[in-house]
Design a protein around this ligand. Structure first.
Ligand code: NAD
Length: 294
């Protein structure tokens, strides 16, 4: 019998992921803070629960896809939380992007109840979540990874075992540095090139054919050209992720030179009330910065 799955957090990412689990014919019970997404999943064949504990009581494997570390902590360890409902032998899979330190702490708390935990954050964005082509980076025991593999295969394409608990979150932190700094670099190139009179579409096309080629330009090219920033991945979430990066760097005594600058740009967007926009809106901060010097 395949594992029965519980899923908590049906947002931009979690909702299409839950749909893909239904398509793969898993028995699925869902919970979310807002009701509308639950109703949509129930219409597609899922069962609804009234709180995280109830989801866990009906599941062998419990997946969370929540915004941040405090949300995962509350859903797992809070009153009526998952840890109160999941049976020994159960498996928790946190696919949210959270702090590797918090992730390890939660895995330790779960193990004291005979419950295993994997951290399995993803990249590939909403488009990857819908298409079932996410990259999934996994931390935890290899036996738990093997158990979860069929589930991951329903959600993603590139699935990588990274090491013990927290290793998946660590790799995700690395990923978020590269994506943020790439958005900033593409933005600087576009501001420079267009100011000097070249069509931005030409710039992206030419850069896409050489060493400067990158997925940010491929996936967010239209956003940069049209100055439209429908999320996608929200500015506020990327700021949260760079906070995780900087905390992790600090814990290891590292002083990253450029990440704090780009994080400051995301913070500036949030101050302007633009935290819900896609992170490609970083172009606006770069444009303002470049203009302000003249
Ligand atoms: P989102 O804000 O769209 O969704 C979060 C969902 O969690 C919402 O539906 C919200 O109602 C629910 N929620 C929050 N607190 C809850 C609680 N206490 N109990 C029950 N439900 C609760 O966020 P998202 O874009 O889907 O991102 C989820 C996670 O995935 C984040 O950690 C994010 O960093 C990561 N991520 C996002 C993307 C992306 O492109 N959006 C890509 C990779 C990773």
């Amino acid at each position: 019998m395949p594992d029965k799955i519980g899923f908590i957090g049906l947002g931009i990412m979690g909702k299409p992921m839950a749909h893909n689990l239904l398509k793969a014919e898993y028995d699925l019970t869902v919970f979310n803070r807002s009701q509308q997404a639950i109703e949509e999943l129930v219409a597609a064949g899922a069962k609804a629960a009234e709180n995280p504990r109830q989801v866990a009581e009906k599941a062998d494997v419990l997946i969370t896809m929540l915004p941040d570390s405090p949300d995962v902590e509350a859903v797992l360890a809070g009153e009526n939380g998952v840890l109160a409902g999941l049976k020994p032998g159960g498996l928790l899979i946190d696919m949210s992007t959270i702090s590797p330190v918090v992730s390890r702490k939660l895995a330790e708390a779960a193990s004291q109840q005979g419950i295993s935990m994997l951290d399995a954050p993803v990249s590939g964005g909403d488009k990857g979540a819908i298409a079932g082509t996410l990259s999934i980076m996994v931390g935890g025991s290899e036996a738990d990874y093997e158990r979860a593999l069929p589930i991951f295969q329903a959600l993603g394409k590139t699935i990588t075992y990274c090491g013990p608990n927290g290793a998946g979150q660590t790799v995700k932190a690395c990923n978020q540095v590269v994506v943020a700094l790439t958005i900033e670099a593409v933005s600087e190139a576009l501001v420079l090139g267009t100011k000097a009179g070249v069509d931005p579409e030409i710039i992206l096309k030419v850069l896409g054919g050489g060493l400067a080629q990158n997925r940010v330009m491929e996936m967010r090219g239209p956003n940069f050209i049209q100055h439209k920033y429908e999320p996608g991945f929200k500015v506020k979430l990327h700021h949260k992720d760079l906070g995780i990066v900087l905390d992790t760097a600090k814990a290891f005594g590292l002083d990253l030179p450029v990440t704090p600058l780009v994080d400051g740009m995301l913070a500036a967007l949030i101050d302007q009330g633009k935290g819900e926009l896609d992170h490609s809106a970083l172009l606006e901060v770069v444009e303002e910065h470049c203009q302000s010097k003249h």
